[in-house]
Ligand binder design. Structure first.
Ligand SMILES: *Cc1c(COP(=O)(O)O)cnc(C)c1O
Length: 408
């Protein structure tokens, strides 16, 4: 093994301990393959947590970044620029939205959405209409406002006091929302598929009823599509297939294909409430990120690529069901395009991390969604042979975990 100037041990010396990264240290990627410092190869079913939608080092993205890097990197919002306008044109042409606000992450996109919902209600109905309703197990980011709206208490604990006027009801439970919503509600926020919360799709009837309740109470409907957006579920945005149009949509993760960018989309009438000076961020809409995101959308917004997502979803599910037929480890396999969750059965509750580690030892990068769900969010163009090869490694990993358990 060669000596490297930095390693996983360096992390513990110089980094804040809020993450616990793997011991191997990736240095290079190509498509759905990654290599670590020691030259070991991995198949990537994690995709940077639904970010690397076109895999690693996609030539069109490399070209977009390099060619913009040779022109201009940064201007600030004292000026506008060509890539940001082209990207905004593309997003507004291809969605319900007329206007876009750019930022650098999913949390920032949601922060903008929640601030806009309050400002819009304030402008039109007065200060009393400020309450936000979200769903338990929801994930909306890690700023103070977004952990407060998010439905997992563990992300708020110790950071109190949190902003007021936020409540949570169970997902896919329309009666709970009906009981909670009122004319003081300014917005309801939901993920079309709860990602971090365990890969749980919204029931289409539920989503339609949420829309109706929002309309009845003049509350805005916000869709957090940070994880589901940009082709992940097999349509450009998941709302298209749900048949429910939100008032505000947030997108990030795959939008930059690995370059940090986020965006909030809305209609003209609502956008007016973010008037001059009301909100902003230094890097929002910077030329580098926007040039890359435009290249991502040009590739992903293609019926053939999106049909491929559905086809690959079927292959993933089929192979997971085969594994389950042999090892009986999953209670349920859920998926929306290439957002895939395999929930462990009663014997393996709380142990998803064990499977993750065993997979990594065998050269497969996986994700979890909480303690009970193995999650996969691979490249939307992962080759079928990589899917099959990765699944063989996964079966191997599962076998080893089950055997250790039997022996113990
Ligand atoms: C990842 C995620 C976020 C947060 O995005 P960041 O870029 O990490 O701030 C918000 N909402 C959902 C649904 C996500 O999956």
């Amino acid at each position: 093994m060669t000596q490297h100037s930095v390693s996983r041990a360096t992390f513990d010396e110089v980094m804040v301990p809020n993450y616990n990264p793997a011991t191997m240290l990736p240095v290079r990627g190509e498509g759905s393959r990654i290599w670590d410092q020691d030259g070991r190869e991995y198949i990537d079913f994690a995709g940077g947590i639904a970010v690397n939608a076109l895999g690693h080092r996609h030539p069109a993205l490399v070209e977009a970044l390099k060619s913009q890097a040779d022109k201009i990197w940064h201007l600030s919002n004292v000026f506008t620029n060509e890539p940001v306008l082209e990207l905004a044109q593309k997003l507004t042409e291809r969605t319900f939205a007329d206007k876009v606000f750019f930022c650098n992450s999913g949390a920032e996109a949601n922060e903008a959405a929640f601030k806009l919902a309050r400002k819009y209600a304030h402008d039109h109905h007065g200060a009393g209409k400020h309450e936000i309703i979200a769903f338990t197990q929801a994930f909306h980011g890690r700023t103070l406002f977004t952990v407060s709206v998010g439905g997992q208490a563990k992300y708020r604990e110790g950071f109190e006091p949190v902003p007021a006027g936020i409540s949570h009801v169970p997902y896919n439970d329309i009666e709970a929302l009906r009981a909670a919503i009122s004319d003081r509600t300014c917005a309801v926020v939901m993920e079309p598929v709860q990602g971090e919360g365990g890969v749980v799709p919204a029931d289409p009837d539920f989503a339609r009823a949420v829309r109706e309740l929002c309309d009845a109470h003049q509350a805005l409907l916000i869709f957090d599509e940070v994880q589901t957006g940009v082709g992940r579920t097999g349509s450009l945005y998941a709302y298209e297939e749900l048949g429910v149009t939100p008032d505000i949509l947030t997108t990030a993760k795959a939008l930059g294909g690995g370059f940090p960018i986020g965006a909030m989309l809305t209609r003209t009438e609502i956008a007016k409430s973010l008037n001059i000076g009301s909100h902003g961020t230094t890097y929002g809409g910077n030329p580098l990120g926007c040039a890359v995101a435009k290249a991502v959308l040009d590739i992903v917004d293609d019926p053939e690529l999106l049909a491929g997502v559905k086809r690959k979803q079927q292959l993933f599910v089929e192979l997971l069901e085969d594994i389950n037929a042999r090892h009986h480890c999953f209670r349920e396999i859920r998926s929306a395009g290439l957002l895939i969750g395999a929930e462990l059965n009663e014997n393996w509750q709380g142990q998803s991390a064990k499977f993750l580690g065993a997979a990594r030892e065998r050269g497969l990068m996986l994700l979890v969604a909480g303690p009970n769900v193995l999650r996969m969010t691979p490249s939307l163009i992962i080759p079928d042979e990589d899917i099959r090869a990765g699944m063989a490694l996964l079966e191997d990993a599962i076998t080893s975990v089950l055997e250790v358990e039997k022996a113990g």
